[in-house]
Design a protein around this ligand. Structure first.
Ligand SMILES: Nc1ncnc2c1ncn2[C@@H]1O[C@H](COP(=O)(O)OP(=O)(O)OP(=O)(O)O)[C@@H](O)[C@H]1O
Length: 675
């Protein structure tokens, strides 16, 4: 074999970028035992547990000896110490040497150690006692074919003879190994991001591993499920930010639109904060990030408020009101049992529609009493009939005009402004007997419940609605879930800041948005269109993807659909929780990428071990509480890599923002034109 053939080998620079640490003297299909020496270990910066090692039978420096069929390397991971055959003798020698060192006693009894003192010293000088055995798990074989470097997750055969030399890759060589075997080689380079760097142990006295990049193929994440498991404050949100920024940058570089939706219960994605180096995800670029929050109003912050008087949003309004009213009092329960949400109007259900709109009209009167501001030009219908109108009109002040059937709208509907609405319901509330005499069916149970609230006939009446005013904005244009979906479809990042709503209302908001996203994606799919690429980030995932929730919810629940069918609709899910066991097995089984920081009990690590070889890292997962120190298994990755996730910071944000500027310039319109 000539020098060219040796030069051609992609594995060669990897070996050249590695340090010799020993040889293999025993091997089977699953593991090998390495004999190493303290000096070699020292020169290579030590061999920590989980350290990657390469065993190769090739003489990479000598072209004359180079055999192409030997041009492969077995990738190993150190798992622990192993007894050498002469270990018992070596132990005695070490123990004797140690006693001498400690006591300076040259007269130590040598009967228990082999040989005379001179022989011991002889052994010492030969560094024999420095040899030790290391057990290593075989991860697979790196070999070359005409199609490039391949990785097989086992060994074809093993040789017991001392053929293999063992190397420890230096950081750059490790990066190359990961580039070659942890990524899908058919993907282009611009889909690869840096997630972090290799980290073997919690104790890192002087880690030189910064350049041992752990790559991630963004295509593994986009459209798939990614799980982030770990105790609180171990870096799950940080990982979400790193992923979101990199996905954005990747989308810019590849001219794609990948919408990203983040729910932000702590306000840490939306707001600049010290833990993130005085930056926030929302800072990437004004053109592409929209923050939604209660109240909105600030620069570039959109409102999550709804117009409580927008009849098209009555369903959402009613759900919000019901969620907020938690007092267990009869008048509250009757109020909540009412139905102001009309079915779509059809000829055959006019009575039903009229009843619901009548209830809605009384509800609007309650809201006005509770101080809800109406939108400009407010006009709302009261479904009536001539008998009821006459009964009401009989109680009007002389100067006030009668309530009439309006010229437009369904028959019997009287359109009024806020003052007239209140006036109408005030008369009804205070003259129920007259109205019942005019039409005994007109004041239904639902309307009665509204009147009790309106007229403050029990408890605090309408006043209990006053707190809901903060969710109301009479000037909102459009319905926020629709607007959010449209932004996501354009490839924007939408951050929903949930810092100021109640837990119930926040859950409702999140669900409404996710529901709309899923519905619209499903519509595209069923119409034969390719749904948009959208990533949804979910914290506290055990609440939404736990078996209890998924089993109880019906098939149309948006989280059930996300859990089961998200990939079909091009929705990627990045979910975080402290409890692996809290996530339904069907979701776990469909999870493509796993990022696991510290977990604090064996049930959780056991659950994990049902998927991939997380048991190899059990001790580390249970004991190492270091922030951002994770075990990572990706879809394209062949094995779990212990990784220190990069910290989200100014540099990352600035780089992503600059990429956007370079490609699209300043201003959203130019992006739209370019796309
Ligand atoms: N990879 C990292 N390197 C350095 N610091 C980090 C890293 N990841 C997170 N941190 C820091 O650790 C703290 C906790 O991180 P983070 O909020 O991401 O944890 P979390 O697991 O999401 O917590 P919680 O479950 O409470 O939401 C933050 O101050 C963050 O800046």
């Amino acid at each position: 074999m000539d020098e060219m053939a040796l030069d051609d080998q992609a594995i060669r620079p990897i070996i050249e970028g590695s340090d010799l640490v020993g040889g293999i003297y025993y091997m089977n299909y699953d593991e090998g035992v390495i004999v190493s020496n303290d000096k070699w270990k020292d020169d290579a910066g030590g061999i920590p547990r989980h350290c990657y090692l390469l065993a190769t039978a090739t003489d990479w420096e000598n072209p004359d000896e180079f055999e192409e069929e030997d041009a492969y390397a077995v990738l190993l991971r150190a798992t622990g110490p192993e007894k050498l055959p002469a270990e018992d003798d070596l132990m005695k020698v070490r123990e004797e040497a140690m006693r001498r060192k400690i006591t300076n006693d040259t007269g130590v009894d040598t009967r228990n150690v082999p040989g005379s003192s001179e022989e011991i010293m002889d052994v010492l000088t030969k560094n024999e006692i420095q040899f030790s055995g290391i057990n290593a798990k075989i991860l697979g074989t790196i070999y070359e074919t005409d199609d490039g470097v391949q990785f097989g997750s086992d060994v074809e055969t093993f040789y017991s003879s001392a053929r293999y030399k063992v190397y420890k890759p230096r950081p750059e060589a490790l990066s190359k190994i990961f580039q070659l075997i942890q990524l899908d080689q058919s993907e282009s380079d611009d889909s690869v991001i840096r997630l972090g760097r290799v980290r073997y142990t919690s104790t890192e006295r002087n880690s030189e591993l910064y350049d041992a990049t752990v790559p991630l193929d963004i295509n593994d994440v986009v459209g798939n499920k990614t799980a982030l498991f770990g105790m609180t404050r171990t870096g799950k949100s940080n990982t979400m930010k790193v992923l979101a920024t990199n996905i954005f940058e990747h989308a810019v570089e590849t001219d794609q639109e990948i919408g990203q939706l983040l729910f932000d219960p702590a306000g840490e994605y939306a707001n600049v904060n010290t833990q993130d180096d005085e930056t926030a995800l929302a800072d990437i670029h004004d053109d592409v990030v929209t923050v939604y929050s209660w109240g909105g109003g600030g620069d570039d912050v959109e409102s999550l408020q709804i117009d409580f008087f927008d009849y098209q949003q009555i369903d959402e309004v009613w759900q919000t009101i019901k969620l907020h009213l938690t007092r267990d009092r009869d008048y509250v329960n009757s109020f909540k049992a009412a139905n102001p949400v009309a079915p779509e109007q059809q000829d055959d259900n006019r009575g039903e529609v009229n009843e619901a709109v009548r209830c809605q009209s009384a509800l609007y009167a309650c809201l006005i009493r509770a101080g809800f501001e109406t939108p400009n030009g407010f006009s709302t219908p009261i479904p009536t009939n001539v008998n009821v109108r006459n009964a009401v009109n009989a109680h009007l002040d002389d100067n006030d005009p009668d309530f009439e059937n309006s010229d437009f709208g369904p028959s019997g509907w009287s359109f009024v402004d806020e003052n007239r609405l209140e006036e109408f319901w005030d008369i009804v509330a205070n003259n129920r007997e007259d109205i019942n005499n005019a039409d005994e069916d007109w004041i239904t149970n639902d309307v009665e419940a509204m009147l009790t609230m309106f007229n403050q006939e029990a408890g605090n009446g309408y006043q209990i609605l006053e707190e809901l005013r903060r969710y109301h904005d009479p000037g909102t244009q459009g319905y926020y879930p629709d607007i959010i979906y449209d932004s996501l479809a354009d490839g924007d990042i939408v951050i929903v800041d949930l810092t100021s709503g109640t837990d119930e209302i926040n859950q409702r908001i999140s669900k409404t948005i996710v529901e709309r996203v899923v519905e619209r994606q499903v519509d595209m799919f069923t119409n034969g269109q390719e749904p948009h690429n959208i990533e949804v980030y979910v914290e506290e995932a055990h609440r939404l993807f736990g078996s209890d929730y998924l089993d109880d919810a019906d098939a149309t629940d948006p989280y059930v659909r996300l859990a089961k069918e998200a990939a079909k609709y091009n929705i990627g899910l990045i979910y975080a929780t402290q409890e692996v066991s809290g996530v339904d097995g069907r979701v776990l089984a469909n999870t493509a990428n796993w990022i696991v920081t510290h977990l604090n009990n064996r049930n959780e690590t056991k659950e994990l071990s049902r998927y991939y070889n997380f048991e190899d890292f059990e001790r580390l997962t249970l004991e190492a509480e270091d922030v951002g120190f994770a075990r990572v298994k990706t879809l394209s990755g062949q094995f779990i890599v212990p990784t220190q996730i990069d910290k989200f910071d100014q540099d990352l944000i600035t780089r992503a923002g600059n990429r956007y500027e370079q490609r699209y310039g300043d201003g959203d319109s130019s992006r739209q034109e370019t796309l």
